[in-house]
Every structure is written in C-alpha cells, then in structure tokens.
Write a protein that binds this ligand. Structure first.
Ligand code: HEM
Ligand code: 2DC
Length: 469
C-alpha cells in the first residue's frame, strides 16, 4: 500500500528552525556532507525544508529514472532566485539557463544545434586543440623559468584561464589571449567575478534575495557587483563580434564561432542571443577548470593509472596519425577518468526537477509540482550504487558495472548541461596534451575535501608538481 506524502521522513515542518540548525552546522559550506548524513539518518528518501527551500531528496539511480520520466515537456530546475532577481533588478533578459516553459524550449532547440549537436564537434576541435597546445607551451616555459626542471604550483588560476580561453574561442571564433604572459585585466576581473557570483549565491538559496536587498545586505551588493562585471565583459566581447560582422561581409569558409552563427541564423532576437551567450561564457569557467584540477589530483595520487592513460593516449595518437577528431574516439579510459572525477567530485551537488505528474518513489506518493532532488554527491559515494566507491577507478566505466542512471554529472534529458559538448571536448583535449607532455605528482598524502560555494570546490589549494617527460 502506497504511503502518503506527509509520511515521508525528514525535517520539513519548521523551515526557520531548520535554517537556524543548518546555519549552526555551517551548512552553507557543507551542504553535500549534510545531504549524505541525511540519507544515512532517514534512508533513501527524505523531505526537508530549510528557510523557504522545500524539497524531497532521493539517492537511488532507479528513483532518478522515475524522476526524469516525470519531468514533463518543459523540465524545470530549482529556480535560483539570486540569479533571476539580478536580471529583474537590472532589467536584463533571462537566457536559456533561467527561462522556463515554451520560451525556454524554443530558445534551447535553436541553441542545441549550434552548441551541443554532435555535428559541431568538427568546428570546435581545431579551436580547442590550439588552446591546449598553447597551454602546454606555457607550462614548458614556466618549468624552464623555474630552473629546476619542474613546476610546483596551485594550478587553479591557470586552469580558469585555460577554460575561459577555450569557451571564448568557441563562442567568438577568436582568441582572448589568456595564454600569454600579460593578460587583459578585464578578463582577469571577469574570472574573479564568476567566483564571487557563485560564492554569494549559496546563502541566497535559503534567504530570499528580495529581503536581503531591502535590508541592503552585503551579500546582495556583492552579488550585483559580480554579475555587473560578468555582463560588462560579455557585452564587450559580443559588441566586438557584432561590429566585425557588420563591417566584413566577405563570406569565408572559416568557422566563425557560436555567436556569429546565431546572429547570421537570425532565429533568436539579439537580446536572447546576448543573454544565452553571457550564460555560456560564465558557465564555462569554474566548472571545467575545477573538474580538470580534481582529475590531475587523482592522477597524481594514482601514478600507475596515470601511466595507463598515457599509454592509451600514445596509441590513440599513433592510430589516428594525430587527427584529433579521430583521436577522441580512441580514448575510453580518459573519458572514464572524467566520469570518475565527476562521480567523486561533482560540480553540482544535486540535480532537481519540479515534477509534472504524480509519482511513487520508495512507496511514497509525491504530488505534481514538488521539487525533487537527486543527491548526486551522495549517490556517487554510496556503496550500494558503486562498488568500492572510495576508489578512483576509471575502468569501472568501460563495461564491467551497470551504468543505468549513474553517469549524471551533466544532468539528464533535454534540460541537461548545454555546455556539455564543449566541456567534454575541452577537458579531453586538455588531458591528452598534459599526458603527452608532463608527469603529474603531488606532495605526500594530503586528502583534499570539497566545500560548497554553489558549485563544489576543493576546500584548500591543491598543490601539484609538473615534470617534463
Ligand atoms: C546546466 C554541469 C560545464 C553551461 C548544467 C547542469 C549541470 C551542469 C548538472 C544542470 C543540468 C540539469 O538540470 O539536468 C556541468 C559540468 C560541467 C559544465 C559538470 C563541466 C565539467 C558547462 C560549460 C558551460 C555550461 C562549459 C558553457 C559553455 C550550462 C548551461 C546550463 C547548464 C547554460 C543550463 C541549461 C538549461 O537550463 O537549458 N550544467 N556543466 N556548463 N550548464 Fe553546465
Ligand atoms: C546548487 O541546492 C545547489 O552548471 C542547489 O554552468 C541546487 C542547484 C540548482 C542549480 C544548479 C546548482 C545547484 C549548481 C550549479 C549549476 C546550477 C544549474 C547550472 C549551474 C549546476 C546544484 C552550472 C554551474 C552553470 C552555471 C551557469 C551560470 C553561472 C551562467
């Protein structure tokens, strides 16, 4: 017999008291660990209310399948009110990230063709390959300058620049120049603004931004400054391409970048294009760079695995005679490593949908309109879902284990990550180049944990040593 919604275990009766408790646990930084603990306390389903944020939480892949089957024609995620409040406040349009309903769908369908369809890979790969080569050259130079035949550093700033250069070259069809010694201070400011934007978002998941704005809270002001910086820089890049396009009508065969393609296609309004391009540019920095940093960290901890990956890359290079598009089809273990990184260190702590129909999960009835969250971080570390979850083992993604609703780092279905293709290609090309050129090592045995700043980040700097092969 199916049990009613109100009998789902958990703390959902007093949002304010729960927020106080959450705050005492330093929950703003520990959301992923608190979710894990909640599953341990309440089992595979629990209901929760913190501040004004109400949800039902699940952890099993089989339940994730039920959730995504009930997402409806217009899948809707948790509304991040900090982000919509900023747009409303500054009178800026929502892009595909924040739109919902038919407006979302019609924009997304057009963007899909230019950003995530398999056909665009051949356009993206040469651009991304060039950035990868420049990154390697830059590291070689750093090693030379050190005079020690190695370079020991916290790579995160370098990776932010690599990620922005990569997404920039795909969006604008030209280089931003971030692999050079002296970079545009505006670009550096853009990178800093994204980090600040994420950091200031997390408290506003639980405390309404409208309230914080009214009392003139610092977190709201910082958030506005951060988005202002992001939009100003994106506007400069967009204006630049727009101007070039109006001057130069000669139709060359060179791939002009996502923005130019969208402008020439003329199916979306300029304001819609600007909004989504800005979101793509901002979404393309911390996400891939942190995932790459975690991957290098895991490879440094597992030297034998690192050699295995290097061997795979070497034979892929030989078989494809250097044709990168071909090479990308011959590196299953490298792809497995990226999945393994996202399993243990997901960018998104959860996936969520407002379900569109009644569902039964773990024998509880859940009514339409409920926000249901899949605890992605918790699922990745659950021994009932993954054998020996504590082990970093890329080969588990080759065949041996079932993959049914287990590889969800980029989300699922029509509302999944729009930047997925860019992210995957950019990260694969990065790892190919790094493995071909350097050995990655780390000092002693320092465990690095995650901290939640809207996305999950390393809680302390990860120091790595790069040595030429
Ligand atoms: C959405 C993860 C990189 C742009 C998402 C979602 C996840 C995610 C989990 C929500 C999906 C869902 O609800 O089903 C990641 C990860 C990345 C990454 C793990 C890299 C390792 C990127 C990049 C870009 C980007 C490079 C831009 C170039 C977006 C956008 C959305 C999104 C625009 C919203 C799509 C929509 O609502 O229709 N991402 N992302 N992401 N991501 Fe990413
Ligand atoms: C954060 O409880 C935790 O890809 C919340 O590139 C639920 C939640 C809702 C939406 C998620 C967010 C979490 C994490 C960051 C995500 C975001 C949707 C898109 C965004 C997953 C899990 C991200 C990083 C985008 C951001 C693009 C933007 C800044 C322009």
């Amino acid at each position: 017999i199916v049990r009613p919604f109100n009998e789902i275990p958990g703390l959902w009766k007093n949002g304010v008291a729960n927020l106080y408790h959450f705050w005492k646990l330093d929950g703003f930084k520990n959301l992923h660990r608190i979710m894990l603990q909640n599953f341990n306390t309440f089992g595979p389903i629990y209901r929760e209310k913190i501040g004004y944020y109400e949800s039902v939480n699940i952890i099993n892949p089989e339940d994730a399948a039920i959730l995504f089957k009930a997402e409806g024609h217009y899948p809707k995620r948790l509304k991040v009110e900090a982000w919509t409040s900023y747009r409303d406040y500054r009178n800026r349009k929502y892009g595909v990230l924040l739109k919902d309903g038919e407006d979302w769908r019609s924009n997304r369908v057009i963007l899909n063709k230019e950003v995530i369809s398999p056909k665009v890979l051949e356009n993206f790969v040469p651009l991304l390959e060039e950035v990868g080569e420049d990154f390697v050259a830059r590291v070689h130079k750093k090693i030379q300058r050190s005079g020690q035949n190695k370079w020991t550093t916290d790579l995160s700033q370098e990776l932010f620049k690599y990620a922005l250069e990569s997404v920039g070259s795909v969006l604008y069809g030209e280089r931003l120049g971030l692999m050079l010694d002296y970079i545009d201070p505006e670009a550096q400011h853009f990178i800093d603004c994204i980090t600040l934007m994420f950091k200031t978002t997390s408290p506003m998941l639980y405390i309404p931004p409208a309230l914080l704005r009214q009392i003139g809270a610092k977190v709201w002001r910082d958030h506005v400054d951060a988005w202002d910086g992001i939009f100003n820089q994106a506007d400069r890049c967009i204006q630049n391409i727009y101007r070039q396009l109006r001057q130069d009508t000669s139709s060359s065969n060179k791939y002009p970048g996502v923005l130019a393609r969208l402008l020439l296609l003329d199916k979306l309004s300029i304001e819609d294009i600007k909004a989504s391009i800005t979101e793509l540019m901002a979404g393309g920095v911390d996400t891939t760079s942190i995932t790459l940093l975690w991957t290098l960290y895991e490879l440094a901890r597992h030297p034998n695995l690192q050699e295995e990956l290097r061997a795979e890359v070497a034979s892929a290079r030989a078989e494809s005679q250097g044709d990168m598009l071909e090479m990308l089809k011959r590196i299953p273990l490298v792809k497995g490593a990226l999945k393994e990184t996202l399993r243990l260190h997901p960018v998104a702590v959860s996936l969520q949908r407002y379900i569109s129909e009644d569902v039964i999960i773990q024998n509880y009835h859940i009514p339409p309109g409920t926000l249901v969250q899949l605890g992605l971080y918790a699922m990745g570390r659950d021994p009932k879902v993954f054998l020996h979850p504590e082990q970093y083992r890329p080969s588990r993604w080759l065949r041996t284990e079932t993959h049914y609703f287990r590889s969800l780092g980029f989300g699922f279905g029509p509302r999944q990550c729009l930047g997925r293709r860019i992210a995957e290609t950019e990260m694969q090309i990065f790892l190919i180049h790094m493995l071909e050129n350097f050995r990655v090592e780390k000092q002693r045995h320092v465990e690095v944990q995650s901290t939640f700043e809207l996305i999950l980040l390393p809680e302390k700097p990860i120091i790595l040593t790069l040595k030429p092969l």
